[in-house]
Design a protein around this ligand. Structure first.
Ligand code: AQP
Length: 328
């Protein structure tokens, strides 16, 4: 069975971008692959985050994932910092990566640009992400489009390490969905929908109520024209609504666009489709939130399993690079 691996930061409420870009693929993948999914709490430390909020969001993220359909008895679901092999392999890979290639990462440039003082970890976290992936002998990494460059780096580091020190890592492939791979903020359709940097009105959380979804979609920025066509460059707001409806229904955005002659009816159908999709997810989130201990126990079991899965690749990498074997 192919191994798939992916991760999500507990940096805020899960939104429909995370859902369509990544989580929906994870749910489908757990039935047909050996699936390993991780809440990457160490990545969330690259930006300013309150410790109490981080603690709460780590559990909330797990609840959101389980409510979306991940089954911890089928896949391996765990918290990154509970498996120390991730940070250990990250160091070996930092000794393989170059400063120049990390500086070129667009997420580093975007997230660092308005900050007075940029954390060193914002530069190096793509290497930690490469370690996350390579530890599990991953074949495929289901992610949204914004992670394409980071997967490319993970591939480059695996290939470079293998050629320097001998065959050690499986070289992974990115799996990016054909639709809604980059859901945009409804208020600023030139920016991607984001947990940490999105606008409140432009970000639809998977836990939003029907009223909240309706309010946000109705106020979504479009343009001063009225014709409905799929043209992401010229009409980013309208294209984003068509992408959302396409992701929810499986129809092509152009086919959907041909049915509408005004923005109002398009928005009404986007609301209906999202409410239908997210109502059961929200109900399950509310249910699981009353019993966080069940999800925490599943994460504990997941970490023990992930630790066992990770150790062969770490041992191979340590031996290949010349570290002596440790006792136990
Ligand atoms: N807007 C998006 N459209 C489609 N996919 C998206 N993803 C994120 N935003 C969108 C995908 O969701 C997965 C988890 O993302 P992440 O937590 O690793 O962080 P991110 O990519 O940086 O996403 P956010 O929501 O914007 O988080 P913050 O604000 O913390 O940076 C990934 O597979 C990602 O591609």
């Amino acid at each position: 069975m192919a191994r798939i691996f992916s991760g999500i930061q507990p940096s805020g409420d899960l939104h429909v971008g995370n859902y369509f870009g990544a989580v929906r693929q994870w749910v489908a993948g757990q039935a047909v692959s050996d699936a390993v999914y991780c809440i990457v709490d160490l990545h969330a430390l690259t930006l300013d985050i309150d410790p109490a909020a981080l603690r709460a969001r780590t559990v909330d993220t797990a609840i959101g994932l389980v409510a979306s359909g991940l089954d911890p008895d089928v896949c391996t679901l765990f918290v990154q910092s509970h498996v120390p092999a991730h940070t250990e392999l990250a160091w070996l890979l930092e000794c393989t990566a170059s400063y120049g290639e990390l500086r070129r990462m667009t997420q580093f440039k975007d997230k660092g640009k308005d900050q007075e003082s940029v954390r060193a970890s914002l530069l190096t976290y793509p290497v930690l992400m490469a370690a996350d992936i390579l530890l599990y002998d991953t074949d495929r990494v289901p992610v949204g489009d914004d992670q394409r460059q980071h997967i490319e780096l993970a591939r480059d580091l695996a290939i470079r390490f293998n050629s320097r020190y001998g065959d050690t890592f499986v070289v992974p492939e990115a799996a990016i969905p054909p639709r809604a791979a980059r859901v945009m903020d409804l208020q600023r359709p030139e920016n991607k929908m984001s947990k940490s940097t999105g606008t409140p009105l432009g970000t639809i959380a998977i836990a939003d109520s029907a009223d909240e979804i309706a309010k946000k979609v109705r106020r979504a920025v479009t343009d001063t024209e009225s014709d409905v066509r799929y043209d992401p460059a010229a009409k980013p707001g309208v294209a984003n609504l068509l992408e959302l409806l396409s992701a929810a229904t499986g129809e092509e955005p152009d086919t959907i666009a041909a049915r509408y002659h005004a923005y109002g009816p398009l928005k009404a159908d986007v609301v209906e489709a999202l409410v239908e999709l997210l109502t059961p997810v929200r109900a399950r989130i509310l249910e699981l939130s009353d019993d966080p201990a069940t999800v925490s126990a599943a994460l504990e079991k997941g970490a023990a399993k992930a630790g066992r899965l990770a150790s062969p690749a770490l041992d191979r990498a340590r031996a290949a690079i010349g570290l002596t074997a440790r006792a136990g």
